[in-house]
Design a protein. Structure first.
Length: 337
C-alpha cells in the first residue's frame, strides 16, 4: 500500500479580477480551434459578474470543508491546491510541494466524469508540472472518478429535491433537464462521458422516484467552431422543445458541475432562464453539490480507500467503481481538425 504524505486538489481555475479575464481565457483556449469572437463573448460573461469567477472561492470552501472532515477522521495529510488555467498554477504548487519534502501525493481532481478534458488532460497537467520541477518532484497518483459513488448520488438528489420543493402544487408534472458541459462529438466517441452522465442521471432520478419519461440529459456551454459537431441537444433548444410539447414547469439540474461557477450562473441562470421566460416556462435551477456534507464525506472516503486498501470501494448502479490507474488508451487526446 503506497505511503502518501500529501493531498493535491486539482481544479480548473478562474480569473480573480477583470485584468485576469483575457489572459485566463487565452490559457484555457490555447491550441484549440475556438474563434476569437467566441472568446470575447465569454469574456463578457465574466464581466457580467465583475470580471471575477466564483470558482476559486468555491474551491477554497471545498478545501476548508474537506480539511475539517479529514481532521475529524484522524487524517492529518496536508492539502495543496493547483489549477490548470489560473493561479495557483500546478507548476508553482509542485515546486512548493517539492520544497516541503513531499514524496508521494494523492491528486483529487474536481471532476466527476471521464473524458480527455475532465480526466486525462488533468493527469497530463500534473505530469508536466512534475517535469517542470525535475528529479525531486513527488510522485502523484490520481483518485478515481466518482460519478456513481452513492454519496455523490445522494448529494445531487438532495439538491434536486430542494428545487422540486419550489413547485409544491405540481411536483409530479415537473420535467427534469440534467445539464452537462458539451464536448466535441469526436472526443465523446473515445470515452465514457455520455455513458457516465446518463448513469448518474438515472440513479438520481430513480432515488427520487422520477420516471424516465420526465427527465433528459442535455448539454450547455459549447465553445467550439460552429461547423464541428458537439454533444447535444443544447439546454436552450431543449427548453424550446419542451415548450412545444406543452410542458409548463422544468427543473434544471447542472449534474455535470460541482459548484455554482460562471458557466452555471451565466449559461443557466441568465441565458436559459431568459429563454424559459420567453417560452412561458417556469424554470427553477437546482444547486450543485458544492460543500454538501455527503459530497465532502465522499471526498474523504475516496482518500481513505487509497490509504487503506482493505476498505470497500463503494459504487452503485451498473458499472462498479472506476479504475485508479487509467489505461494508456483511456480518454485519448482529440484529433485537431
Amino acid at each position: 500500500m503506497p505511503n502518501y504524505d500529501a493531498i493535491l486538489i486539482v481544479a480548473f481555475g478562474g480569473p480573480e479580477g477583470p485584468d485576469d479575464v483575457l489572459p485566463f481565457l487565452e490559457n484555457v483556449l490555447r491550441g484549440r480551434n475556438v474563434p476569437r469572437e467566441r472568446m470575447l463573448e465569454v469574456a463578457e460573461h465574466y464581466r457580467h459578474f465583475g470580471g471575477k469567477s466564483p470558482l476559486n472561492d468555491q474551491v477554497r470552501a471545498v478545501i476548508a470543508a474537506l480539511r475539517q472532515e479529514l481532521d475529524s477522521h484522524g487524517i492529518n495529510l496536508p492539502i495543496y491546491w493547483g489549477n490548470r488555467n489560473w493561479h495557483p498554477l500546478l507548476p508553482d504548487v509542485m515546486q512548493q510541494m517539492t520544497r516541503n519534502g513531499v514524496q508521494r501525493a494523492l491528486a483529487l481532481v474536481l471532476a466527476a466524469y471521464s473524458s480527455y478534458s475532465s480526466c486525462r488532460q488533468y493527469r497530463e497537467n500534473v505530469c508536466a508540472a512534475c517535469e517542470s520541477v525535475g528529479a525531486g518532484a513527488p510522485r502523484v497518483d490520481k483518485i478515481r472518478v466518482f460519478y456513481n459513488h452513492p454519496d455523490f448520488i445522494a448529494a445531487n438528489a438532495d439538491r434536486l429535491r430542494a428545487a422540486l420543493g419550489e413547485f409544491p402544487d405540481e411536483p409530479r408534472d415537473v420535467h427534469i433537464a440534467y445539464t452537462a458541459h458539451s464536448i466535441p462529438a469526436s472526443m465523446a466517441a473515445t470515452c465514457d462521458y455520455e455513458k457516465q452522465f446518463t448513469e448518474t442521471c438515472r440513479l438520481v432520478s430513480e432515488s427520487l422516484g422520477i420516471p424516465a419519461e420526465r427527465w433528459q440529459l442535455v448539454y450547455q456551454s459549447r465553445s467550439g467552431r460552429p461547423q464541428d459537431p458537439w454533444l447535444g441537444p443544447d439546454i436552450c433548444d431543449h427548453l424550446a422543445a419542451l415548450g412545444e410539447r406543452g410542458v409548463q414547469t422544468v427543473a434544471v439540474m447542472p449534474i455535470g458541475f460541482l459548484s455554482d461557477h460562471l458557466e452555471v450562473l451565466y449559461d443557466l441562470d441568465v441565458e436559459a432562464q431568459d429563454g424559459a421566460a420567453e417560452l412561458g416556462l417556469r424554470m427553477v435551477r437546482a444547486a450543485t453539490v458544492g460543500t454538501h456534507p455527503r459530497f465532502v464525506a465522499m471526498l474523504r472516503e475516496l482518500i481513505q480507500e487509497r490509504l487503506d486498501d482493505s476498505l470497500p470501494r463503494r459504487a452503485v448502479g451498473q458499472y462498479g467503481p472506476s479504475h485508479d490507474v487509467c489505461p494508456d488508451d483511456c480518454c485519448p487526446p482529440p484529433t485537431r481538425p
